[in-house]
Design a binder for this molecule. Sequence first.
Ligand SMILES: [Zn+2]
Length: 62
Amino acid sequence: MIFLNPSGAPELGCDACGCRWFDRRTGTCYECSTPVSEESQAEYRQALVEFAQRRSAESEEE
Ligand SMILES: [Zn+2]
């Protein structure tokens, strides 16, 4: 699942336990060792892209 942090940036959270701590080398949750699905990783990357686009759109308006 994808969370938004207070600055509006997306963070990847564990589908199983909801924590946000992942070992990025192995792609598993620190808390419960659930592997991050390829689907979730793709969703997270997409959210990051959208966040970056939103940020650059906002800075252009200033
Ligand atoms: Zn977990």
